[in-house]
Design a protein around this ligand. Structure first.
Ligand code: FAD
Length: 353
């Protein structure tokens, strides 16, 4: 039997994992189309000399994320516990100064990927041939003609027997034109499906010394005042950084102004020591058009994640819907990626048998 041509849309964690596992199953005719000029999607680790890996996307996992832990074991990737210290700065309201509070013992600590989250992406990508991954290919239209699927990107044309989408469902229906149209019941749900963290703002600052690590201070911050609502020690063994989340509302503010507001807030905790920073990094995910698409109405976190509509193949079993937001357990998270990839592979194998 002729090996089916499979095109995976999206070179994030889901797309690469599905390709890696399908190849292990002996399916070799796989192409990945990725819009960005980098792989990883919402996994994005910044690397430079004299700095720890800076996670602008996915960072933490827990021991409850069993699917992900199994995969990390398979890929031989280690994890380590997030350093929290035993104290945190807490800013309850703007009219009172920040307090240094004791952190209670943590029964469910968070863990990080040794060497940076993008090691998962690198390992998966290295298992594929260079020629299978097409970066800078934004899929614009998908047309079904008989049993074939035609895919047009901005600059090229591809054919497939089967397509696996790994785009967040909202982005899929907002950015790709289908012919014939996708069922309305699917489109309605997808357009009201939350894309986890795609509306967040991450900021990070690197330093030559971890001045916050002493009994009178902490790198952990919780603030109701903002603009930074949460911040954590983001150092590795040799390089030092703080990284946190800024209130999403600041997406409309200019970068310089955001930075100035962050500095003003951090001076409330650390005084002018914070001015000795080596670099300031930020990522406004709402501006990432290959992750975020504006909602028409109010959507709550994880809304419609794991919906039954995403579990059913479309286009006469030729189009499968994968990606973290389609998982039924821990959707939106890296763990959800692994669950949804397993389900998609089971589905495809059933269709092919
Ligand atoms: C700021 C932030 C923090 C996070 N923190 C955590 C965390 O601590 N722990 C955790 O478990 N999870 C976290 N997540 C979620 C985690 O990153 C996701 O669950 C996971 O990366 C999703 O992978 P995916 O491949 O399913 O989707 P994506 O990573 O969104 O991949 C989709 C891919 O499709 C590509 N694409 C988009 N449009 C097109 C197109 N038209 N044509 C071709 N390609 C296209 C995109 O560029 C992208 O590479 C975080 C996410 C963000 C943004």
């Amino acid at each position: 039997m002729k090996t089916p041509e499979i095109v995976i849309i999206g070179g994030g964690f889901s797309g690469l994992l599905i390709a890696y596992w399908l190849q292990k199953e002996g399916l070799r005719n796989i192409q990945i189309l990725e819009a960005r000029n980098r792989l990883g999607g919402r996994i994005y680790t910044l690397r430079s000399d004299h700095e720890p890996p800076i996670e602008m996307g996915a960072t933490w996992l827990g021991k409850k994320h069993r699917n992900l832990l199994q995969l990390l074991d398979e890929l031989d990737i280690d994890i380590y516990q997030q350093y929290m210290g035993d104290k945190a700065y807490y800013e309850p309201m703007s009219v009172s100064p920040p307090q240094l509070v004791e952190l209670p013992p943590n029964d469910e600590p968070s863990y990080r990927i040794e060497g940076g989250t993008d090691r998962i992406i690198q390992k998966l990508a290295n298992s594929l041939h260079q020629g299978q991954i097409h970066s800078g290919q934004t899929v614009k239209t998908i047309r079904k003609t008989g049993t074939k699927l035609e895919i047009k990107t901005e600059s090229d044309f591809f054919k497939a027997d089967y397509i696996i989408s790994t785009l967040p469902p909202k982005l899929l229906v907002d950015s790709i034109d289908f012919s014939p149209s996708l069922p309305e019941k699917f489109t309605d749900i997808a357009s009201q499906t939350h894309t986890w963290m795609a509306d967040s703002i991450k900021i990070a600052m690197t330093f030559d010394k971890p001045f916050w690590r002493n009994p009178e201070s902490s790198g952990t911050i919780f603030s109701n005042v903002g603009p930074v609502n949460e911040m954590y020690d983001h150092s590795d063994n040799t390089h030092f950084a703080l990284k946190g989340f800024m209130n999403n509302a600041y997406h409309a503010v200019a970068r310089d102004q955001r930075k100035q507001l962050v500095m003003e807030q951090l001076r409330r905790f650390y005084g002018d020591k914070v001015d000795s920073y080596q670099s300031y990094r930020e990522l406004v995910w709402q501006k990432e058009s290959f992750s975020y698409s504006k909602y028409e109405q109010h959507i709550i976190p994880h809304q419609n994640n794991g919906h039954i509509r995403f579990q059913e193949p479309l286009f006469d079993n030729r189009l499968l819907i994968a990606g973290s937001e389609t998982a039924t357990e821990f959707p939106g998270y890296m763990d959800g990626v692994v669950e949804s990839a397993r389900r998609t592979i089971r589905q495809l194998k059933k269709i092919l048998s």
